[in-house]
Write a protein that binds this ligand. Structure first.
Ligand code: NAP
Length: 391
């Protein structure tokens, strides 16, 4: 029997993978209406902000740090001190690095004031409740990094920010169904925890879709830069009309900082590209990055892909009815609020440059490139079988 593969289960498969201080003055951080358009040019129009990033050393965080520093803001990070940045590591000398644990040690955040807190490491509703309540009287604005996963199951298209979310786990789910649903329910409740503590006028929620770009630890996208750089016959899983959505991590990171500078509030989907794209259009566009000849072979038979255990190659994932709208999410409100999206060729080029750079150890690269279970490793044999089946 064929197992439906959903957005969360492929990630799972691949991963097998307060304080009584006076209320902050409203003039320090009064917010614009969420519908108001942001200033998107690169000029820095706001005052210098003090920014606390919960997390900040993994994928999204270092890009936020780099952009914030470049615009004259000061940055503190709060982590356990375990994860080291694989981009912009040299900038961390300029960052106040606070150590603690969201699980049980927030001491480093006590009796401190910041203009903005960005909660990147929110993986548990209780963590967000605890930091939001601890910081609400000392920090102007709470920015919560959520996910388009809050829309699961993705039953419609053109999904906008105001759609009703699932906030309670439905009853009677199988273990696999629970796994599919729980990330979105956790993110939706974490959003509420931030809003409950800070109030709507002092909270920004950003819901990114798949982020791609330098420093990605998930290895979900790197097949494309590696293969497009080599050229030749390239296996493309999926039907050519399958929609795809993604966003360069730097576009999301930089937009976070501009949203804070512009004292915006509200909830926004962090989704690109600007206009709808199919899988076929994605590969054609991405291929322009490298001056090599590539031929794309679209393997569009889902049963065949399942037999070969190919369920995804981000930005493509194999859909089912619960994932119908996962790449059909509206970004119109976000574009209006200043989200800008760089060309895909820049993302592919920079991701490839990062992957082949000294920022990564050979061991790290080998862990992916030598893994026999990836599409990269299995591509040739699957293509041979596909040709035999379709000739
Ligand atoms: N990647 C995507 O495509 C995607 C898409 C949608 C949404 N998101 C969301 O984007 C956010 C950022 O993702 P990311 O990949 O950049 O970061 P992440 O891997 O989710 O977070 C890692 C950061 O949190 C810190 N951290 C982990 N456990 C901690 C603990 N117990 N106490 C204190 N700090 C802790 C880590 O440092 P230490 O290890 O040193 O503690 C590191 O700085 C996440 O909330 C994720 O859900 C990601």
């Amino acid at each position: 029997m064929k197992k439906p593969v959903t957005r969360r289960s492929f990630i799972k498969n691949s991963a097998l993978a307060s304080l009584a201080i006076p209320i902050i003055s409203s003039s320090l951080f009064s917010c614009k209406s969420e519908a108001k358009k942001e200033d998107t040019d690169s000029e820095i129009t706001s005052k210098k902000l003090s920014i606390l990033i919960l997390g900040g050393t993994s994928f999204l965080g270092p890009h936020q740090v780099a952009y914030a520093l470049s615009r004259g803001h000061s940055v503190s990070t709060f982590t356990r001190g375990k994860t080291k940045p694989s981009v912009h590591a040299e900038l961390f000398d300029q960052v106040e690095q606070l150590i603690g644990d969201r699980e049980d040690n927030l001491k480093a955040l006590e009796n401190r004031k910041w203009d903005v807190v960005i909660d990147n490491s929110g993986r548990n509703v209780e963590w967000t409740k605890a930091t939001a309540n601890l910081l609400k009287d000392n920090v102007g604005m709470y920015m919560y990094t959520s996910s388009t996963g809050v829309y699961y199951p993705y039953l419609t298209d053109n999904i906008s920010e105001d759609i009703k979310l699932v906030i309670e786990m439905p009853e009677g789910l199988t273990e696999n169904e629970k796994y599919e649903q729980e990330y979105g329910v956790m993110k939706a409740n974490s959003e509420l925890a931030a809003i409950n503590a800070f109030g709507k006028a002092r909270t920004i929620i950003v819901r990114p879709t798949y982020m791609i770009g330098p420093a990605d630890k998930t290895d979900r996208f790197i097949y494309w830069p590696i293969r497009l750089a080599q050229g030749g016959e390239i296996l493309v899983p999926g039907k050519k009309e399958d929609p795809v959505q993604y966003a360069d991590v730097r576009d999301i990171a930089e937009w976070f900082i501009r949203l804070a500078e512009n004292k915006q509030h509200g909830t926004y989907n962090g989704v690109g590209p600007k206009t709808a794209q199919t899988m076929q259009q994605f590969v054609k566009e991405a291929a322009k990055t490298f001056d090599v000849k590539s031929t794309f072979i679209m393997v569009d038979d889902y049963d065949f892909l399942i037999e070969n255990k190919i369920y995804y190659s981000v930005p493509w994932i194999m859909g089912d009815e619960k994932n119908y709208g996962s790449a059909r999410i509206s970004n119109s409100k976000s574009i209006e609020a200043g989200l800008t999206l760089r060309p895909l060729t820049h993302t592919v080029k920079d991701t490839y440059a990062w992957w082949t750079s000294e920022a990564l150890t050979e061991e790290r690269r080998q862990k992916f490139e030598g893994n026999p279970n990836t599409l990269l490793s299995k591509e040739k044999i699957i293509l041979e079988n596909w040709k035999a089946k379709t000739s």
